[in-house]
Design a binder for this molecule. Structure first.
Ligand code: FES
Length: 120
């Protein structure tokens, strides 16, 4: 288990934010131009606080782990915290920065950036 660390496997097997929300303030669909993976992110904002997040993803393990790490970080925080998301946060949490897989992390950053674009 070199490139896929125990932490990536942990996040894959213990997802907390997968699924859908019937009521949300924003729904974002995104398809990667690089790998074709897709995601739908559901966002609940209350008074500029990220109250809830869920995602449906057809993507790889690193992408799933990235969404889990970002969702975990953002829940309960002001929307401006989206500006603090970065790939180093993923590398630190997962204990690795898999070579040639930057787009898997970038996909998650792009999707969360779309929340920011609409609300900041
Ligand atoms: Fe598509 Fe990782 S291979 S997001």
């Amino acid at each position: 288990m070199d490139e896929y660390t125990k932490n990536i496997v942990y996040y894959m097997n213990n997802t907390k934010f997968t699924g859908t929300l019937e009521e949300y303030t924003q729904r974002i669909y995104y398809k990667s131009k690089i790998c074709g993976d897709t995601v739908i992110l559901f966002v609940v904002l209350k008074d500029s606080i990220i109250d809830d997040l869920k995602y449906e993803l057809n993507g790889c393990a690193l992408n799933t782990a990235s969404f889990e790490v970002f969702c975990e970080y953002l829940i309960g925080k002001p929307i401006v915290e989206i500006k603090n998301l970065n790939s180093d946060m993923i590398s630190e949490k997962l204990g690795v920065h898999p070579k040639g897989k930057d787009h898997c992390i970038t996909l998650a950053l792009d999707v969360f950036g779309m929340i920011e674009a609409e609300h900041l």
